[in-house]
Design a protein around this ligand. Structure first.
Ligand code: PLP
Length: 392
């Protein structure tokens, strides 16, 4: 037998392991120092009360013969798909319930979607990038081209008309840079995709953090229904990183290569996926109720307040950054032209603060560092004060 040798082409990503190992080494050598982790990529606030209530009620129903549920439908219960469709409508976007596929999260779908596309397609990702897009396509043996996100374009990479791509991953608000595409910029990507007969895979996992009029969905922009698939997640929206629920939107009219993409994805899901558990779908539907939306907003506002503490500090120090306003990520230029790891070490040793070195997300991340807004407010304030003391 032979394994899939495309796995040999994966580059080992030491980023988080190396961050953890350098942090542990420092803590062990300096047990009296309080190290603050500002690189946390997971939420830290608990689920909203109305969500937990709905999950418990769903579990209770499974305990009764009359209300027991077996396998859910592959694409999700109608009550949840309708709730998601209603959420889109509240944001001014028309997405029908039967265009929504409920899943166990955006990570799985961002990778699994490749099942319906040929190995011969060229994949475009922006650099720096959420590593899942790259690694899942390397595993599938696809060629990857990179569109650079830099300070010059505000970390919003734009298409190069001389480069052809068939599959385009865009993430807005972006992980790791926190940058957000405007409607005009997304329209340029849509026109490029239509010209190249390509499909845009739009990851809107952080849409709930948008606080201005930037588009929360690519379907808010004209032409997207002819060229885009959208992935979204309740992980950061509502603290579902451990609970697991997301959704993918495929317009019914989306066609490529003589095939209907919505039908192909249904075929794929019905073959390899048996749905999300009933209590979790009940919990997810509660997120989109009026009470749910109000309760999750409180958590998001907590993270937003942290983000503001970080961006205010960077403003005060005159450090260039993106993100923070519409995102829990703040992407900062390392001061004094330090490299990502050099600044990481300096921060750890002099301020006892941990960030995530930008170069771990791609070549264009060199010289940058990512902070997140997921630490406690008190720790965020203390970490920023320490950085001010160090750099002033
Ligand atoms: N997409 C992006 C850009 C992310 O940063 C993450 C999580 O960090 C995900 C998707 C994963 O989402 P989920 O927890 O729904 O799998």
């Amino acid at each position: 037998m032979k394994i899939n040798h495309d796995f040999d082409n994966l580059v080992e990503n030491y980023l988080f392991a190396e961050v953890a190992s350098r942090t542990t080494r420092y803590v062990e050598a300096n047990p009296d120092k309080k190290v603050i982790k500002m690189g946390i990529g997971d939420v830290t606030l608990p689920l909203a009360p109305v969500v937990v209530e709905a999950m418990k009620k769903g579990a209770d129903e499974l305990a009764n013969k009359e209300t027991f549920k077996g396998y859910p439908s592959y694409e999700g219960y109608a009550f949840l798909r309708e709730a998601i469709s209603g959420y889109y409508a509240k944001n001014g976007v028309e997405v029908a319930a039967d265009e929504i596929f409920v899943s166990d999260g955006a990570k799985s779908d961002c990778g699994n979607i490749g099942d319906i596309f040929s190995k011969d397609n060229v994949v475009l990702v922006t650099d720096p990038v959420y590593p899942v897009y790259v690694d899942s396509n390397i595993m599938a043996g696809r060629k990857i081209v990179y569109a650079p996100s830099t300070a010059e374009n505000g970390f919003c990479a734009m298409p190069d008309e001389n480069v052809h791509a068939d599959i385009i991953y865009l993430c807005s608000p972006n992980n790791p840079t926190g940058a957000v595409y405007s409607a005009e910029q997304l329209k340029i990507w849509i026109d490029y995709a239509l010209k190249n007969d390509a499909i845009i895979l739009f990851d809107s996992a952080y849409e709930a953090f948008i606080s201005d009029d930037s588009p929360r969905s690519i379907f808010a922009v004209e032409g997207a229904r002819q060229c885009a698939i959208e992935f979204c997640s309740l992980s950061k929206t509502a603290g579902f990183t451990g609970t697991r629920c997301g959704y993918t939107v495929i317009p019914k009219e989306l066609e490529r290569d003589g095939h209907n993409i919505h039908k192909l994805w249904y075929r794929r899901q019905s073959t390899k996926f048996n749905g999300v558990s009933y209590p979790v779908q009940c919990a997810a539907a509660a997120v989109f109720s009026e009470t749910g939306l109000n309760q999750i907003k409180e958590n998001i506002n907590y993270y937003r307040k942290n983000a503001k503490v970080i961006t205010d500090t960077m403003d005060e120090l005159g450090i260039y950054y993106t993100g923070g306003k519409n995102s829990p990520y703040i992407w900062i230029k390392c001061p004094n032209d330090l490299g990502s790891w050099e600044f990481f070490d300096l921060l750890l040793e002099k301020s006892n603060v941990v960030g995530t070195p930008g170069e771990g997300f791609g070549d264009c991340g060199k010289g940058y560092l990512r902070f997140t807004a997921f630490a406690s407010y008190e720790d965020t304030v203390e970490a920023m004060q320490r950085i001010k003391d160090m750099l002033k």
